[in-house]
Design a protein around this ligand. Structure first.
Ligand code: SF4
Length: 248
């Protein structure tokens, strides 16, 4: 396979961005929220949990503690009980209350609007910060989660496995005004089409721009070939073994 030049990869990336926009024009974040703070909390809770479950939990959590001040002053045991269905509830309860307190104490009760400040909050890593920046504040941001990693790797747009490096690689390929929409579309695509176990390449809107189906076919052919080779080898060895047994 010839190595694709950076210019060619950029051209292909532009076509992929367009194809996703056509296929998924109205994709929105599925985590229910009314404020940047609620989105921050919901995103922290979404680690290792479905958006559906998070939405069930935040309905009551936000009814009782929907602002940084209220959550900062809440009883920790009550927060734990409320967020328990999302898993890892002790760490998550600590993180969301710690973030609420930091927002109250250091940012006057308002969620900060820069990546540098957001990542100083407890429980807020770069991905969460980028989700909040992109969706709540309209700041162009690429949030690299498991779907962004897998889909962009299969598309051959990124080579690294490290989320920060993937973000940097994509920044050089996708126009900034598309970063947030691209993130949402790729995450949606990873959920409905390019799933981890069984990507549905036959109905994929970017199939003709993706090297994965051909690579997967070559991989299957290679495995079939070596399996045949192994079977033939085994048969030959068996025959030899049988012949040897008779000779003895
Ligand atoms: S062609 Fe297949 S591997 Fe490539 S993006 Fe589409 S579903 Fe994923």
């Amino acid at each position: 396979m010839p190595v694709e030049s950076l210019a060619a990869r950029r051209r292909r990336a532009a076509r992929i961005v367009e194809a996703f926009a056509r296929a998924y024009p109205d994709v929105r974040i599925e985590l229910r929220h009314r404020t940047p703070f609620q989105l921050l909390v919901a995103t922290i809770l979404s680690a290792q949990c479905t958006d559906k479950k998070v939405n069930e939990v935040t309905r009551e959590l936000f009814r009782r503690y929907g602002t940084p001040r209220r959550l900062a002053e809440a009883d920790p045991a009550e927060i734990e009980a409320l967020v328990r269905p999302t898993g890892f509830y002790r760490q998550k309860a600590r993180a969301i209350q710690g973030a609420a307190r930091a927002i109250v104490e250091r940012f006057g009760g308002r969620v900060p609007r820069t990546l540098e400040e957001l990542v100083t909050l407890p429980g807020v890593a770069r991905k969460t910060a980028n989700v909040v920046l992109g969706t709540a504040f309209g700041v162009p941001a690429l949030a690299v989660d498991t779907h962004m990693k897998r889909v962009n790797q299969r598309l051959g747009l990124v080579r690294s496995k490290d989320p920060l490096k993937i973000e940097r690689e994509l920044q050089g390929l996708v126009p900034p005004d598309q970063w947030t929409a691209y993130t949402l579309r790729v995450i949606h695509h990873g959920r409905v089409c390019c799933t981890a176990r069984r990507p549905r390449c036959e109905s994929c809107p970017v199939a003709e721009l993706c090297p994965w189906p051909a690579r997967a076919r070559r991989g299957r052919a290679g495995r079939t070939g070596s399996a045949r080779g192994r079977t033939a080898g085994t048969t030959t060895r068996r025959r030899r073994g049988a012949a040897g047994a008779v000779a003895r």
